[in-house]
Ligand binder design. Structure first.
Ligand code: ATP
Ligand code: MG
Length: 403
């Protein structure tokens, strides 16, 4: 008996003429992950991607692969299923063999059938009744409950084969990464910005990241934490290039020259300008931040307007209308929370004003900024940038050399 993965399309079903380009991205992404786990066939038909092990080793790792396919954006639902010939005897035998493990602990079940192959000689209710009977023969302690089952068993009679599973799980949703272009995420190491990156990946963007540090005021541990967060995000997108830029000299210049209440807003304007330059160099068309309206002094509407004024690119802020609790919930669900709460300094938390301007007027901000040699400070910081490519899968040295 062979176990396969079925991945069912989400909203790309609704795409018109360009559906094929979405499908090919989706297929490529599943193939990339499958290659990591062994020899699999990956193909699509009827708005479903089928992932099938081609040898014993692959059969052994199909469940591990399933764990990562759940994180591919573009699927509404995924499931593991047993596959068999489209013949009622084979379907019942396979159900009786495959399902006891899946139904362990359940008291009541119901069986459903769906025929996308209408030439199959039985109706869906007839198939469901036969399969339900076979399950009861195999597990006589189970009960049938059509209204409140613990598990719903489904038989799908499709183009070539029949598939039997014990319920599907939600997929990652969204649309395939890369179908929407490229954005540059300002990744701070806090809770919000990894969530913002995840949310924009889910809407189809490739996401590069820029992290600003302020060594020695911020530590190497803080930078490693950001790289760890980027690594966690690769579970959803395969790879993140993290650009690192030092703001040390800029922060020292601001704090020795400008009015204290404006420190943070001036710093954030430098971040925007530098991020725009990095975006231009890497063909990213938008910036992404984890800002949420009113969360801190630099995220009031006025403060964000004064910050945004320094950006030549649109800024996507997917967390803008979320409460901290809602952001934390997403952060836990995507696996970044525990890393985000590690207690290291961020450059935004050094040289912080005791009384920041919560409603800065742009004129005043610009007047403060004029006290600085913005162009040369920015050029110097930009010149010292470097980047680290963070990949979901590490490859062995030999493979790297062969590339
Ligand atoms: P987060 O939890 O994402 O750190 P926050 O609530 O701490 O957010 P701020 O520190 O004001 O908020 O930062 C707001 C946004 O600015 C962050 O979500 C991030 O996009 C960006 N940002 C802040 N600090 C940095 C940094 N050191 N490097 C890159 N981006 C940053
Ligand atoms: Mg922060």
């Amino acid at each position: 008996m062979k176990e396969v993965i079925l991945c069912k399309y989400g909203e790309i079903i609704l795409k018109g003429a360009n559906k094929a380009s979405f499908e090919s991205k989706l297929l490529k992404e599943v193939k990339r992950r499958a290659a990591r786990y062994g020899n699999f066939s990956v193909r699509y038909m009827q708005s479903t991607v089928y992932v099938e092990p081609l040898d014993e080793a692959a059969e052994f790792s199909v469940r591990e692969l399933y764990g990562t396919v759940k994180h591919v954006f573009g699927f509404a639902a995924v499931c593991l299923a047993a596959v068999c010939e489209k013949e009622i005897g084979a379907i019942c035998r396979t159900a009786a063999e495959y399902l006891p493990e899946k139904l362990r602990g359940a008291v009541a079940f119901r069986a459903e059938a769906k025929r996308s192959d209408k030439r199959f000689p039985m109706t869906s209710p007839e198939v469901a009744a036969e399969v339900g009977g076979a399950i009861l023969d195999a597990m006589p302690d189970l009960k049938v409950d059509l209204d409140h089952p613990d598990v719903t068993v489904r038989v799908e009679i499709r183009d070539k084969y029949a598939y039997i599973h014990a319920g599907q799980e939600p997929g990652a949703g969204g649309i395939p990464v890369g179908t929407g272009g490229r954005g540059l995420l300002l990744l701070s190491g806090g809770i919000d910005s990894p969530v913002a990156g995840y949310m924009m990946m889910k809407r189809g963007l490739f996401v590069d990241a820029v992290h600003f540090e302020s060594f020695p005021y911020t530590s190497e541990l803080a930078r490693d934490k950001v790289l760890k967060l980027a690594k966690l995000l690769t579970e959803y997108c395969g790879m993140v290039r993290v650009h690192v830029v030092s703001l040390t000299e800029i922060q020292e210049a601001i704090s020795s020259t400008c009015d204290e209440p404006y420190f943070t807003i001036l710093l954030r304007r430098f971040m925007m300008r530098l991020a725009c330059r990095i975006a231009a160099e890497n063909e990213a068309d938008v910036l992404i931040t984890g800002e949420s309206l009113g969360q801190v002094a630099s995220q009031t509407m006025k403060a964000m307007c004064a910050t945004e004024d320094a950006s030549t690119l649109p800024i996507f802020r997917p967390c803008i209308g979320l409460d901290k609790d809602e952001i934390v919930r997403i952060s836990r669900a995507i696996g970044t929370y525990e890393t985000s709460i590690l207690p290291y300094e961020d450059c935004c938390t050094v040289f912080t004003p005791r009384h920041p301007k919560t409603k800065p007027e742009l004129d005043r901000v610009l007047a403060e900024e004029k006290k600085l040699d913005v162009a040369s400070l920015e050029d110097a910081a930009f010149a010292k940038r470097y980047h680290v490519d963070v990949r979901q899968y590490e490859y062995k040295k030999e493979q790297n050399n062969a590339e």
